[in-house]
Design a protein around this ligand. Structure first.
Ligand code: ATP
Length: 239
């Protein structure tokens, strides 16, 4: 579904990604783990067209999207829920969600019924339903994070990029985020997940890649990575 080969990307003169390759097959959850500064967010940004790759190839559903503008990539069915909470503060929760559906309404393919998807988002995120008329800027941090995730889902995307969905959340909300990711996986949603909680990410994922200094150091089925001594020592707190 999403395929990256030999991706090089960076900022200004600095190259952050030195030729990474990874695959996100349809219906699978793939996680990218690695220490701070390894290049996880940069990978997500290159995939969604926020930064231009310097070398390599990215394809989505068989289409080469390398170097395409981010709005075009979104229309092809890629939803990116970026790190940090990017919600439209002065709009209501419902309007933020409806805006999430926008790329597909303006694209060539109009998929599904927006109102049905809004209802579905409220089933997954009941907290948002209770607050649907509230201005997004007045939601708590955790609620804004959920809104960003729900908005990405409103695109009815082919692939979702989730960058640190648990960032800054209280433990109870972290559990809720992982519960939702597991539910979405059961529904067959294809996802690339970046998470600081590597153990939880490997529990919910089918496959994992470990990024070290802009290179893929190890990859394999999530269950296998969880038991890899080097991965355990470096990323899973030695447990
Ligand atoms: P974290 O887990 O801390 O979020 P990460 O693996 O997501 O880390 P990136 O955010 O991809 O790492 O950053 C990789 C490197 O690129 C870091 O050295 C960072 O300082 C640098 N970098 C990130 N964004 C920019 C930017 N906009 N301009 C310049 N350098 C940047």
């Amino acid at each position: 579904m999403l395929s990256i080969s030999n991706l090089h990307a960076g900022y200004g003169k600095v190259e952050v990604l030195h030729g990474i390759s990874l695959e996100v097959p349809k219906g699978q959850v793939v996680t990218l783990i690695g220490s701070n500064g390894a290049g996880k967010t940069t990978t997500m940004r290159a995939i969604s067209g926020m930064i231009a790759p310097r070398e390599g190839r990215i394809s989505l559903g068989g289409h080469d999207i390398t170097g395409e503008e981010s709005h075009r990539i979104a229309r092809r069915g890629l939803a990116h829920s970026p790190e940090g909470r990017r919600v439209f503060a002065t709009m209501t929760v419902t309007d933020n969600l409806l805006l999430g559906a926008f790329p597909r309404l303006t694209g060539a393919r109009v998929r599904g019924d927006v109102n049905a998807d809004l209802e579905r988002a409220f089933v997954y995120f009941p907290r948002l339903k209770e607050r649907r008329q509230q201005l997004a800027g007045t939601l708590s941090g955790g609620e804004q994070q959920m809104l960003a995730m729900a908005r990405a889902m409103m695109m009815n995307p082919e692939v979702v990029l989730l960058d640190e969905p648990s960032m800054g959340l209280a433990p109870i909300l972290v559990d809720e985020v992982f519960r939702i990711i597991a539910l979405l996986r059961q529904e067959g949603v294809t996802m690339l997940l970046v998470e600081q909680f590597a153990a939880a990410a490997l529990n919910v994922a089918d496959y994992g890649y470990v990024l070290e200094n802009g290179r893929i150091a190890v990859h394999g089925p999530a269950a296998k990575l969880k038991n890899d001594p080097a991965v355990k020592a470096a990323y899973l707190g030695g447990h």
